[in-house]
Design a protein around this ligand. Sequence first.
Ligand SMILES: Cc1cc2nc3c(=O)[nH]c(=O)nc-3n(C[C@H](O)[C@H](O)[C@H](O)COP(=O)(O)OP(=O)(O)OC[C@H]3O[C@@H](n4cnc5c(N)ncnc54)[C@H](O)[C@@H]3O)c2cc1C
Length: 488
Amino acid sequence: MSIGSAVRPALVWFRDDLRVTDHPALAHAAGTGRPLVCAYVFDRSGGSTRPLGAAARWWLDGALRALDATLAKRGGRLVVLEGDERDTIERLVDTLGAVAVYWNRRYDVRRNTDAALKRSLRERGVTVESFNGALLNEPWDVLTAAGTPFQVFSAYWRAARRRAAVPAPLAEPVEWHFHPSPADIARCATDVDALGLLPVAPDWAGGLRNTWRVSEADALARLDAFVADNLLGYGADRDRPDHAATSRVSPYLRFGQLSPRQVWHAALAAAHTRGGTLDTNTDKFVAELGWREFNASLLYHHPDLAVANVRTRFEAMPWRDDPSGLAAWQRGETGYPLVDAGMRELWATGWMHNRVRMVVASFLIKHLLIDWRAGEAWFWDTLVDADAANNAANWQWVAGCGADAAPYFRIFNPVEQGRKFDPQGDYVRRWVPELAAMPAAWIHESWSAPDAVLRAARLTLGDTYPYPIVEHGAARRRALDAFATLKN
Ligand SMILES: Cc1cc2nc3c(=O)[nH]c(=O)nc-3n(C[C@H](O)[C@H](O)[C@H](O)COP(=O)(O)OP(=O)(O)OC[C@H]3O[C@@H](n4cnc5c(N)ncnc54)[C@H](O)[C@@H]3O)c2cc1C
């Protein structure tokens, strides 16, 4: 097929898949030989779902610029538009006379937008095809023998692992032909600057800028480095926030700068196998991808996962209204060092270690008896990897109201968790500088330390660092009593 303005283009609609490698919709579109238009639509209102949080907006800004730069090196551009997704894509198709639209599927409520758009475009004779670029398995492909969704992770993951091998990731297209009429495109496009995704007055994103590089190349480099340096110790070290032992690929997966197939195959290529069995480190690591899949499947079957308890009896939970407790938790001023370190890591970097996420979530829900939805909303706003499935499902898991959730009576003791997973206190010292001079023996429980230790560490409790805002034993009993009311 000759390439020129007479040849009508194909549109690739990028969404949560801001990459050019292992991108099934892009690969298919390029394979048609038609000139490509690569587009992204930003709906400020969130459309059928909730708007992005502030940290995710910061990440999106970088990811769009990076994708645009990648396409520019190949002779094209990312066409950035703003508006209602369905209207905007329909208008773009009309303006360009596009004959085909391709995208990778989404599994939250926005799939309704996609289905409606697919119908209306097809009625007008436009070819529309969607692909799986976000998951190892589609949610409807991993079901119980009775055809129902799994409620238990281990059974889900066993069934998923029995399915056919995960296909190898696709390379980026070898040949790129872009729609040759920038004027057409300019008529409907805006640019990333105009989306105003970055914070101004105040610009609070310095810590994020220092922590992250947001391109697809950075995602692949981070994955390679993890597989080379940390995969072998993952099983033992993954719970240690004082060690940088996990992959930190979560925001790249969230925005699709990395695909789960790429992560899967990178891990398996490096894995040590014996008698066809994966070593425990790799097995554990890919099982975390399994949790991501399980959560996506939960969201698919429970579109209101962020607001409605999966176990509905939790709707009667007597949550406390405690604005000052919530504010202390958000600011990392609860007086529990591991909790405070985690909340400050989150504020500074947009990310928090998984073990600490579990501890801070448990603290909010159980020690403060504050509705998990308040914590979910704070994470939604502050995490660069804030993900509709993983965030809501994990909060429900900690609260005990989700599918396959931790039992409600499992109430983490933040002091014990600190001693176990940050034994030298290095993680706390890094994020809570008021405690920097505290010795390891007392750092997780400074209020019990002898005066001489506090003086030597220049720590004045209630002044330079708060006393615990709740006492662990009393808070635990209060949480168990509240839970007991659900049983009655
Ligand atoms: C209260 C709470 C809220 C959370 N919110 C989110 C969120 O919004 N977005 C998010 O991606 N993860 C969330 N998680 C899961 C987990 O904490 C992060 O995925 C993980 O810390 C990311 O770091 P990593 O990439 O180094 O993980 P690794 O340990 O290297 O794991 C590799 C990948 O597996 C997936 N994964 C790991 N743990 C989990 C898990 N428990 N559930 C689902 N997927 C997992 C992630 O995609 C991760 O990038 C949450 C956990 C808790 C307890």
